[in-house]
Design a protein around this ligand. Structure first.
Ligand code: NAD
Length: 369
């Protein structure tokens, strides 16, 4: 077992705008080192298409071992048209899948926050989304994307049959539900668990196991159950009714994408993927913006670095328990938006356009104040 080095981050900028947004995180890490004496150690390496170009593989074993020994991986984004025609095992996205799978990152946390300054960017009415702050916890390593048997098989009548299997065990359900209950305790203390217990046995098990864990260990947290299709509707009708939503891999994939669009701004949304804590309380984790490599704007200084900077704030909070520092960084992002500074993707009338690095500098200026 490779030992985790405290306060060490592995930065994997990746492709497209990845290196531009990670450069701003690097500035912020250096600011914390200089001004808060935090001694963060940084390593940086290639992943995705950039790694394929140099090494012929989307992630080398050496980089993978570096990921194993650091406290958190901070990833920019991978992929782009240059690598679209590679065979599946060489595609840039394989780097992400390998990290998630091998680091056993089973809980994906995606906050959907609607910044008051950007309420007009949502396609929903301001009164529906203003002040929105939801956390979606998606199970990431089980369910139908991984279940066996799977495949496409010929059948007797000459047709073919596609098979995927949706399975969950009690321990898989409980470990992700625990993450949701623990998060809720630090927020508004409310968990909504979503499944399809009306038509799926695995959904019924999900519902019963979440309820049993609640009754055993989390009676102080308000728990409700909702069918996943109803949740999809409720997210559009009245999203502010939710605090933490916990759901499986398939439903989480869809509900988290839907929730992120409530906020209308891809360049602002962070994410975290967490593993289990070991007996020393250590945990492997990866933090990344939810957006992709945005090849259409790469290299032009147009990328919004806020999603990646807020991903780093999540790393401070969840991997290092540095809540005060995470609050400070999140508050500085709010301050910059209050000042009317915007990258091009979130520009509106009366605001001032800044480049990727000017946005990073403005956030540092707010940290300083
Ligand atoms: P994308 O998120 O890269 O871009 C969608 C649109 O949003 C583009 O117009 C882009 O310019 C804009 N955008 C995205 N992030 C932005 C930012 N920070 N600031 C300003 N504008 C931003 O999605 P896509 O175009 O579907 O995918 C492009 C590539 O990224 C593909 O190769 C895809 O496979 C890959 N991808 C990677 C990840 C990841 O690394 N986690 C996630 C999604 C897509």
């Amino acid at each position: 077992m490779i030992k985790i080095k405290k306060r060490k981050f592995l930065l994997l900028p990746g492709d497209g705008i990845g290196p531009e947004v990670i450069a701003e995180v690097k500035k912020i890490i250096n600011w914390f080192n200089t001004n808060k004496s935090l001694d963060f150690e940084i390593d940086e390496d290639l992943a995705g298409g950039a790694s394929y170009d140099k090494h012929g593989t989307p992630i080398t074993d050496e980089v993978f071992y570096k990921a194993l020994e650091c406290e958190a991986v901070i990833l920019g984004a991978v992929g782009g048209p240059k690598w679209d025609n590679l065979e599946f095992s060489k595609k840039p996205e394989r780097a992400l899948l390998k990290l998630r799978k091998e680091l056993k990152l089973f809980a994906n946390l995606r906050p959907a926050i609607c910044f008051k300054q950007l309420v007009d960017a949502s396609t929903l009415k301001p009164e529906i989304v203003s002040g929105l702050d939801i956390m979606i916890v998606r199970e990431l390593t089980g369910g139908i994307y991984f279940g066996e048997p799977r495949g496409i098989k010929p059948i007797d009548n000459g047709e073919r049959k596609g098979i995927n299997t949706h399975t969950y065990t009690t321990s898989e359900i409980e470990r992700v539900a625990k993450v949701a209950f623990d998060l809720a305790r630090k927020r508004k203390n409310k968990v909504t668990s979503c499944e399809k217990s009306n038509v799926m046995e695995a959904g019924l098990l999900w519902k019963e196991d979440v309820q049993a864990l609640h009754d055993r260990e989390y009676k102080d947290v308000e728990l409700s159950h909702m069918l996943a299709d109803n949740c999809a509707m409720q997210l559009l009708r009245n999203p502010k009714q939710f605090d933490v939503i916990v759901t499986d891999n398939l439903f989480g994939d869809m509900l988290s994408d839907e929730a992120s669009m409530l906020t209308g701004s891809l360049g602002l949304l962070p994410s975290a993927s967490l593993g289990a804590k070991n007996k020393d309380g250590e945990m492997r984790a990866m933090y990344e913006p939810i957006h992709g490599s945005a090849p259409d704007i790469a290299g032009k200084g147009l990328a919004n670095p806020i999603a990646t900077i807020l991903s780093f704030a999540m790393a401070l909070r969840y991997s290092l328990d540095l809540d005060k520092e995470a609050d400070l960084l999140e508050k500085s992002v709010q301050d910059v938006l209050d000042k009317g500074l915007r990258t091009k993707d979130i520009m509106s009338q009366g605001t001032k356009e800044v480049s990727t690095s000017q946005m990073g500098d403005a956030i540092i200026a707010c940290l300083q104040n």
